[in-house]
Each structure stands twice: as C-alpha cells, then as structure tokens.
Write a protein that binds this ligand. Structure first.
Ligand code: IPE
Ligand code: IPE
Ligand code: MG
Ligand code: MG
Ligand code: MG
Length: 332
C-alpha cells in the first residue's frame, strides 16, 4: 500500500480534546494539560509510525532514515498546537493526529536540511547524531524530499471532505514556500556575519519558524472550520496568537543556544555565536530577549481570550512554552 493512503486504525471517537473527553478532565471539569498533551503526542507518534512504515519487501535505508528523523523525540509543539486548535471544533481525533503527523514530517524535513553541512553543519539533534552523520549526506537530502512528499500525501488522503483537504494542503505548502520556511532559511544564511537591525531578525524568524507554527494552528482549525466571513474574528485571533507564539519559539531557541548545555538542548550549544549568526539574543542581550519572549507569550494569551473555554488547550500551550523558558533559562 502506498504511504499516505494507509488506513487509520479503528478509533472513531471525537478527539479527546476536540470532544473534551472525560478522561482528559479533572474532577473540577478542567482540562488536564499533562493528560491531553501526552495522549496527543502519543497519537501523533502512532500516526507517524503507521504512515512511515516498511514496504512489504522490507525497509529501505531511506525509510529507516525517515523514521529516525521523525520518531526519536522532539517536543511535538507544532502537532500539539494543531490538536489544541482542533479543540475549537469537534474534529475526530484520527484526523487531527494525521494532520499533526504531516506537520511533524515537514518540521523534521526542515530540521534535517537545517543540519546539513551546507546549512548549519550540525552533528547532534534530539540527543542523537544528525541524519547526515548517521546515514550520509545524500540520504539526508532525500529524507527531506521524501518527508515533504509524504506529508502532502497524508493530507491528500485524509479522512475529511475534499475542500478541507485542499485548504490543508495549501496551508502547509505556503508555510514551507519561499515566503515561509524556505525563504526564511535563505535569509538566515544571508545574514551570517552581518550587523543587522532587530526588525530584520524578527522578519526572518517569522518566516523560518513562524510560518510553520502559524500553519499548525490554522490547520487544526481548518479541519472543521471554514475560513469565511462568519469566522473572520476567530482566524484573526488565531493569527495573532500564532504570530506571537512562533516568534517566541525562535527567540527562546536563540536564547537557549547561548545559555543551555547539550544535555538540556539535545543539540550542540553555542552554534549561533560560532557561526556568527545574528539572533534576537545577540542583538537585544539575553535578559531583554527573555523578557521579549515572555511578553510575546502573554500577548498570545490575550489574543485568544475572547475565544472562551474551547481555547483552553491553546492557552495551556502558552503555559507549557513559558514553563519551558523559565526552566531552561532562569533569570540571571
Ligand atoms: C527547533 O524546533 C527548530 C526551531 C524552529 C526553533 P523545536 O525546538 O520545536 O524542535 P523539536 O521538534 O522539539 O526537536
Ligand atoms: C531552524 O532554526 C529553523 C528551521 C526552520 C529548521 P535553527 O537553526 O536555530 O534551529 P536549531 O537550533 O538548529 O534547532
Ligand atoms: Mg538554522
Ligand atoms: Mg540549526
Ligand atoms: Mg537554534
């Protein structure tokens, strides 16, 4: 059977968070973030394992490398954002999990290519040797290519109406286009060794990382909510939320690159300074960058406040991101 057209298993229930299932709620009725995030990440990882599985005649090295790139760790932030936005409607769990898996495939593709010798030349990712170190550079390039294809195959084969599938494909393609992550990565490389103003770094961050975060949130909603005049306020709130979240995510990454150790990061620390990359942290200073990230996460919370209780999982994602920053970059 072709990848991307593999049937989902027999779970037919509404998403634990989409339907606000009882098992994810405490006695007070409050949604328990530790439960839905853990269950959600597990569901997405099961979808990844199913969608990226060996052909009948055995696993090729390429597929082994694709599984290595996607199934070994990662915070699953983008997939969880998709699930959290999916809670705005009653989207079935298996649909959200497949969409989350497609997003994680694309994210992994950007990481594998980001680590290549021609880009950041990194040897450690998620605590393991990077894909090109383990499998060779040619395979790493092909892993990125194939993960992109499998992500779009997954969306095209989704158990959802055609209009929704087209909207999702368009959204994800835009996020990695020349106006999104690919363009942002090109800007990132072009700024090496340069003294630049903060607004150019912010614009680059919005493209290289922010675009996929924005798509992750929007895709959770687009599974079930048409972007039309009746939902303009909702999508506008989500856009403000995701713009703040996406920028904060990269600012935090830049801070931790300068402050955390390899054990905490699962990546080589100090790479940005060594490669002479201007970052928010290098331009603003660490404390100001830290405050900038905290302010962005607070602004994101304000953006979704009017959306009511269904936006609780999105608010919990902000609490998670804030706790991550405070844990790994405590105030000096
Ligand atoms: C790393 O993203 C790359 C950036 C865009 C900052 P994450 O920090 O979300 O990486 P994983 O998925 O948890 O490994
Ligand atoms: C990468 O930014 C953003 C991507 C689009 C992959 P970084 O180069 O800072 O990410 P890390 O630090 O290697 O994860
Ligand atoms: Mg990079
Ligand atoms: Mg990098
Ligand atoms: Mg980084």
């Amino acid at each position: 059977m072709q990848a991307g057209s593999k049937p989902h298993d027999d779970r037919t229930g509404v998403s634990a968070i989409g339907g606000l299932g009882a098992q994810a709620r405490g006695a007070s009725g409050r949604l328990l973030p530790e439960i839905w995030m853990q269950d959600g990440a597990k569901g997405v990882e099961q979808a990844l394992a199913r969608l990226l599985c060996a052909e009948d005649d055995g696993e090729t090295e390429l597929m082994a490398a694709m599984r290595y790139a996607t199934l070994h760790g990662g915070k699953r932030t983008r997939a969880l954002l998709c699930l959290a936005a999916g809670a705005l409607a009653d989207t079935p769990a298996h649909v959200l999990e497949d969409v989350g898996a497609a997003i994680e495939m694309i994210h992994a593709c950007t990481l594998v290519h980001d680590d290549l010798p021609a880009m950041d030349n990194d040897v450690l990712r998620r605590g393991l040797p990077t894909v090109h170190v383990k499998f060779g550079e040619a395979t790493a390039i092909l892993v990125g290519d194939a993960l992109q294809a499998h992500a779009f195959l997954t969306l095209a084969s989704l158990d959802a109406p055609g209009d929704n599938r087209i909207a999702l494909v368009r959204e994800l393609a835009q996020a990695v286009s020349a106006e999104g992550a690919a363009g942002g990565q090109a800007k990132d490389l072009s700024l090496v060794g340069k003294h630049v103003e903060l607004d150019r770094i912010v614009a680059m961050h919005r493209m290289k990382s922010g675009a996929l975060v924005r798509a992750s949130v929007r895709m959770g909603a687009l599974c079930a909510i048409t972007e039309d005049a009746a939902h303009a306020a909702l999508y506008s709130a989500l856009d403000r939320y995701s713009a703040c979240f996406g920028l904060a995510l990269q600012v935090v990454d830049d801070i931790l690159d300068a402050t955390a150790d390899a054990a905490a990061l699962g990546k080589t620390p100090g790479k940005d300074a060594a490669a002479q990359k201007p970052t928010c942290a290098s331009i603003m200073g660490l404390q100001a960058a830290r405050q900038f990230a905290l302010d962005l996460l607070r602004d994101a919370g304000e953006a979704i406040a009017p959306l009511g209780p269904r936006a609780e999982p999105l608010a919990q994602m902000l609490q998670r991101a804030t706790a991550y920053l405070l844990k790994h970059a405590p105030c000096a």
